[in-house]
Design a protein around this ligand. Structure first.
Ligand SMILES: Cc1cc2nc3c(=O)[nH]c(=O)nc-3n(C[C@H](O)[C@H](O)[C@H](O)COP(=O)(O)OP(=O)(O)OC[C@H]3O[C@@H](n4cnc5c(N)ncnc54)[C@H](O)[C@@H]3O)c2cc1C
Length: 283
């Protein structure tokens, strides 16, 4: 389905952007992980959000979510694994593709460091998307580094299309199929020459042609390499426009202060700016 606006990331910034777009009569789809799993949901007490001091992070998020649902925002729960600038913007979640005429990026910040070798081999044996790249590795050994609740399912999908899958995580996840070999490991290193030849899991070398790294958050620049950054954050103008026409960014992904009030304010501006962009496009 085609939406006016796709918002990637359903935290305070993304929800504010989507609500602002609904206020201007645009259709808005938020693609995000379960809001209950958001980092903010773990905050015991928020004392610095105007007018609502003392709420827990969970309560505040629940209120934001209810507001967005009431405003007619639509939701897809899942991890966006690829983003294409084709006929507007196409975002992949699992095997589904969602299309939007404008895009707001609000994925927060990636809180985990990349593994050694991950950056160097990205696109040459390191992938973040089983659905997008799995077919390239049919009949080959692959390692799935599972850091999301749906990673066991993705591993099963890779096995079903003919990949020989080894799964690794610090501890065995629920739902991992018994016929997929599991290696308990926290440290991952990716090795190869030109392309990937092995994953080193807590010091044990496992030969493979691809390492699928499945994390809850991806750096926006891994999804859209054209994005300009500054000090590791997405570079934006005052109207929250990025270096890519039609793409706006807001919240923690644009830099400090990493706080709810700033995320909501930027989200509101990003949503309005995206609507102005859409109106200009329709003229
Ligand atoms: C424990 C804790 C306590 C905090 N306490 C406070 C406080 O007291 N006051 C305060 O102002 N701030 C606090 N913060 C900071 C606050 O949570 C952030 O500033 C705010 O949530 C930023 O909002 P955001 O929408 O930019 O990003 P986030 O809230 O991080 O939301 C981004 C969402 O996008 C999702 N996402 C990312 N990539 C993808 C993808 N590829 N596909 C699908 N979904 C994706 C993420 O999983 C996440 O749910 C706290 C943070 C933490 C972790």
């Amino acid at each position: 389905m085609n939406y006016d606006l796709i918002v990637l990331g359903g935290g305070p910034a993304g929800l504010a952007a989507a609500v602002a777009a609904r206020g201007r009569g645009k259709s808005a789809l938020v693609i995000g992980n379960r809001w209950q799993d958001s980092p903010l949901a773990k905050a015991e007490k928020i004392d610095n959000y105007l007018g609502l001091a003392g709420m827990t992070g969970y309560e505040l998020l629940e209120a934001f979510q209810r507001h967005a649902e009431g405003a007619g925002v639509e939701f897809v729960v899942g991890r966006a694994t690829s983003l294409m600038t084709f006929n507007g913007f196409a975002v992949t979640v699992g095997s589904d593709v969602w299309q939007g005429r404008a895009l707001v990026l609000s994925p927060g910040v990636v809180r985990t460091a990349k593994f050694p070798g991950e950056e160097a081999f990205l696109g040459r044996g390191v992938s973040y998307c089983a659905t997008c790249d799995g077919m390239l590795y049919r009949g080959k050994d692959v390692v799935v580094v599972g850091r999301t609740s749906d990673a066991p399912e993705e591993a099963k999908y890779l096995q079903s299309i003919g990949c020989r899958v080894t799964y690794t995580a610090p501890k065995r996840p629920e739902g991992l199929s018994d016929d997929i070999p599991f290696i308990a490991a926290g440290k991952v290193e990716i090795k190869g020459e030109g392309t990937v030849s092995a994953a080193v899991l807590d010091g044990n070398e496992v030969p493979c042609a691809c390492v699928f790294i499945l994390r809850a958050s991806l750096a926006p620049t891994d999804l859209l390499p054209l994005l300009e950054t500054e000090n590791g954050y997405i570079k934006v103008t005052r109207d929250m426009a990025t270096s890519v026409p039609g793409v706006y960014a807001c919240g923690d992904c644009t830099g400090a202060p990493l706080q709810v009030a700033k995320a909501v304010g930027e989200g509101h501006v990003a949503g309005l700016s995206a609507c102005e962009y859409l109106d200009r496009q329709s003229k």
